[in-house]
Design a protein around this ligand. Structure first.
Ligand code: SF4
Ligand code: SF4
Length: 269
């Protein structure tokens, strides 16, 4: 059975570890209060500074990230952030400079450009860089809802008529409206140009056939034309003809001469 003295010691005398625990407990409360005070000071500082609006600066401005105070929320669309000059946003095609070369269609990784070219019967015009235009575009559609804004089509365009503009807001209610149509021909005009080219081709074929039919007739032997009387010679010519008898051609002599001499025959005894 434990003695009465040892029990009293255990009850009335606190141990060293429990003092440390109490100290740590109150220190945690103090830290919590201090951290809340710091956080709230920061919050109130920003809330107070939010009475003012941050000025709108281009992202490329060296001071862009130095604006630490003020409201940053833009009242779009009344306020807009300036876009970088090399930003890749909505596509635009200056059709008057497009030579309908089809390069943009071939390079597009998502096949969002569609062109319906019509051959012209001659030169249609010239692009601003001097490139000749020999095709019409009955259709030049870019489906911006498929576009991944890679910019490859603008890179390969030889006349630089296809560009990415700084227009980034092209939200619509119907996704079909994201199909941008750039063709500058009406359906009637396109049909007319197509018919003109078909007629041109038909005429060319007919001309070829006619040439083929006419060719054998030209190749057939023609009746010999009667010999025409030689023009009368003048007196002088007649005299010259009489005075100069035809000189005979010199006899042919071989250039090769045998280098040996035939041996003399021995005299018959
Ligand atoms: S930007 Fe890229 S994805 Fe968009 S149309 Fe041009 S090539 Fe196609
Ligand atoms: S690459 Fe340029 S010039 Fe060629 S079809 Fe496309 S937009 Fe027109």
């Amino acid at each position: 059975m434990p003695s009465t003295k040892s029990c009293a010691n255990r009850i009335h005398r606190p141990t060293q570890p429990s003092i440390f625990k109490m100290k740590a407990y109150f220190q945690s409360i103090l830290d919590g209060i201090q951290s809340t005070r710091k956080g709230m000071a920061l919050t109130w500082k920003h809330a107070w500074a939010a009475r003012n609006q941050r000025s709108i600066q281009n992202i490329q401005d060296p001071d862009y990230f130095n604006q630490k105070a003020g409201i940053v929320t833009l009242q779009y669309p009344q306020q807009q952030i300036p876009t970088p000059v090399n930003g890749r946003y909505q596509l635009h095609n200056e059709m008057d400079d497009c030579i309908v070369c089809d390069k943009c269609v071939k390079v597009c990784p998502v096949d969002c450009i569609e062109i319906d070219p019509i051959k012209a019967t001659g030169l249609v015009g010239t692009a601003s860089d001097g490139s000749p235009i020999r095709l019409y575009a009955a259709k030049f559609d870019i489906d911006m809802s498929k576009c991944c804004f890679c910019g490859l089509c603008t890179t390969v365009c030889p006349t630089e008529c296809l560009t990415m503009t700084s227009e980034y807001d092209f939200s619509v209610f119907d996704v079909k409206e994201h199909n941008f149509e750039f063709a500058n021909l009406t359906p009637e005009q396109a049909a007319e140009k197509r018919a003109l080219y078909e007629q041109f081709v038909a005429e060319k074929e007919a001309a070829k056939e006619a040439a083929k039919t006419a060719a054998p007739m030209q190749a057939a032997p023609q009746p010999a034309a009667p010999m025409q009387a030689a023009p009368a010679q003048t007196e002088t010519e007649q005299t010259n003809t009489e005075e100069k008898p035809a000189t005979p051609k010199p006899a042919f002599k071989p250039a090769f001469k045998p280098s040996f001499k035939p041996k003399p025959k021995p005299d018959a005894e």
